[in-house]
Design a protein around this ligand. Structure first.
Ligand code: IPE
Ligand code: IPE
Ligand code: MG
Length: 254
């Protein structure tokens, strides 16, 4: 098993295989560039979001296939409410559309749907679709498909700090027990491993309020490819780049 490699049907010749060893356990993706994809085609921005939804399906299947355990997808930030109402309304319909179409497939593939972000502020129909998918897939043991929806890292940290303070006041937690691990465990990702690999599409090189705490030692991969154009080959390219990195976590390489 040691040097076993995966081979997939390459669409381009010369594709090297991904090593089965060292597949990132948790991949997080900032799915960016839907608007520019549409603009290039003289289409409305929402057409880009629609196309981006298809990429979510493809990439979920590919990630599951190569053995990724957690895939976190940044779908809507706490700052995205600033966009025109029509666009926000459209984005809030996408989870329903995605889940109503693909939920049977996700169940079949043993995928567990989860969400990070403030679910309470979502429109009732969006909340219902997400909660239904979470419930229906709760017993699945395969890939965790974690949607960051109405998610903002600073707000997540603020809530974690508030909860810690409450628990200290209530005597449930001693103040000297507030450690690095305590803070991690109070975040919405408390039960998940930290991302090994972060991918951001569309040529932007920033975090846009995404997992600021959790990404402390994550490997970053930036690509100019717009999210609707992001393919399985692009995912594999990112994984292969990850596999060439030397993660030192502050120590020395072996
Ligand atoms: C990412 O694409 C999707 C969301 C942020 C919801 P954008 O809509 O940000 O696309 P660009 O960056 O304008 O091209
Ligand atoms: C980040 O993309 C949020 C998501 C991908 C959901 P944005 O397009 O909102 O980020 P900025 O505004 O370019 O930083
Ligand atoms: Mg953007």
């Amino acid at each position: 098993m040691a040097n076993k490699q995966w081979f997939w049907q390459p669409k381009h010749t010369g594709e090297a295989a991904i090593s089965e060893e060292n597949v990132p356990v948790h991949i997080a993706i900032i799915m960016d560039g839907n608007g520019r994809w549409a603009k290039k085609r003289a289409l409305p921005r929402i057409a880009g979001h629609n196309e981006g939804m298809k990429t979510v399906r493809k990439i979920t299947r590919s990630a599951n296939r190569i053995g990724v355990k957690v895939l976190t997808l940044y779908a809507f930030s706490t700052e995205n409410w600033k966009r025109p109402k029509l666009e926000v309304d459209f984005l809030m319909k996408l989870p329903e559309e995605f889940l109503s179409t693909f939920l049977p497939e996700l169940i079949e593939e043993n995928v567990r749907v989860e969400m990070i972000g403030d679910i309470e502020q979502l429109p009732a129909h969006t909340k219902k679709a997400v909660q239904n998918a979470i419930e229906k897939t709760a017993g699945n043991t395969g890939l965790v498909l974690n949607f960051a929806l109405n998610y903002g890292s600073r707000s997540e940290i603020v809530h974690a700090v508030q909860s810690i303070m409450k628990d200290v006041e209530a005597g449930k937690l001693a103040d000297q027990d507030v450690t690095d691990e305590t803070i991690s465990s109070y975040l919405m990702t408390g039960h998940l491993p930290e991302p090994d690999l972060l991918i951001r599409t569309s040529g932007e090189h920033r975090l846009s309020n995404f997992m600021l705490w959790q990404l402390a030692y994550t490997e970053f991969f930036f690509t100019d490819v717009l999210w609707p154009d992001f393919s399985e080959e692009h995912l594999f390219e990112a994984v292969k780049a990850f596999q060439k990195r030397s993660r030192r976590f502050g120590g020395l390489s072996q």
